[in-house]
Design a protein around this ligand. Structure first.
Ligand code: 13P
Ligand code: SF4
Length: 316
């Protein structure tokens, strides 16, 4: 989006919205379910969730819920992480085909080959991976804790998979030797340095806040490089009155809700993750009504993947 312009959204009729919400609430009670949503979800999906957060917060929250079921509004690896941590709960993904292309860029076979190539190196996997890749990893991380996780690992050499941009961000902040897998987020890769420079020239007083999945030349131009929830906290606490945001534009909903006196501009209107946008109130309703899109992980893989996720949750 041209910095300064606003998103044009056609609102759903209020009666339709109210009926959908009521049906969702009813089914939620019936299934003894809790609905959780990622910061990139559509506003109306965020608004029916019991909890909205970044990947780390959602993983941690999933272990603290008094519920028989979790309805996950996000992408597959997030629901799968909840399933890894909560084998006694039914975990639903609120849209059956919402996946993360980056999470599918490396599979367990390829990671095993890399481990053979770099014997002795520890493996740190981004949470944006499959359960099979987590099972082959020593520890998992998210964008909120990647530097602390890498620093916590014994040994000098780290294989980091799959996000090369996050890996480069960490490599610049640790003494460890990092071997980086060349994966990337197709959405964040669309943001380029020229767009950031243009936005800055139009809003010179607005801090630039971007996600570490952005290209290094974009991150280098930013005032802060943070996870999605960290970005929201940064903007609330920072005295500036307006901000230039370099991440998926779903994040604007919480920013505007939690800091209504401030202005938020997404730096490019190409920052839309099509998978995050698949979930709708209708798909949440159908998932619960038909009890479909249940995410399950085979027990041998779940136990090995859980070690990597538990280790991360112990770090921060
Ligand atoms: P966060 O963990 O920062 O919310 O990021 C998740 C993600 O998929 C970013 O593209
Ligand atoms: Fe995956 Fe990128 Fe979408 Fe995040 S924004 S879910 S990393 S494709």
């Amino acid at each position: 989006m041209t910095p300064g312009s606003k998103l044009a959204v056609i609102e759903r009729p209020a009666a339709e919205l109210a009926a959908l919400r009521e049906n969702i609430l009813e089914l939620k009670k019936k299934l003894k379910a809790v609905i959780v949503a990622h910061n990139y979800q559509h506003p109306e999906v965020q608004d029916i969730a019991d909890f909205v957060g970044d990947s780390l917060e959602l993983a941690r929250k999933s272990t603290q819920l008094q519920a028989e079921a979790i309805v996950f509004c996000g992408v597959h690896f997030m629901a799968e992480t909840a399933a890894i941590l909560n084998p006694e709960k039914t975990v639903y993904l609120a849209h059956g085909t919402a996946g993360c292309p980056m999470a599918n860029m490396i599979d367990a076979d390829e990671l095993r080959e890399w481990k053979l190539k770099y014997p002795g190196a520890a493996v740190v996997c981004y949470v944006n991976t499959t359960a099979e890749v987590k099972a082959e990893s020593d520890i998992c991380c998210t964008s909120a804790n990647a530097v602390k996780v890498v620093d916590s690992v014994p040994g000098e050499e780290i294989i980091f998979v799959p996000d090369e941009n996050l890996g480069k961000f960490v490599a610049a902040r640790t003494k460890k030797r990092m071997v980086l897998y060349p994966g990337y987020c197709v959405t964040h890769a669309r943001l380029n340095a020229e767009q950031v420079k243009l936005a800055r020239s139009l809003h010179p007083d607005s801090p630039v806040v971007v996600h570490p999945e952005c290209r290094p030349e974009v991150a280098a131009l930013a005032d802060a490089v943070l996870s999605t929830s960290q970005m929201i906290r940064f903007c609330k606490e920072n005295p500036a009155k307006s901000f230039l945001i370099g991440t998926e534009l779903g994040i604007l909903h919480r920013m505007r809700k939690e800091a209504p006196d401030k202005e938020f501009y997404v730096i490019s209107n190409s920052l839309i993750c099509p998978n995050m946008k698949k979930t709708t109130l209708e798909s949440v309703l159908d998932t619960m009504r038909l009890r479909r899109n249940i995410v399950k992980v085979p027990e041998d893989i779940r136990l090995r993947a859980r070690r990597a996720v538990d280790r991360m949750l112990e770090v921060v």
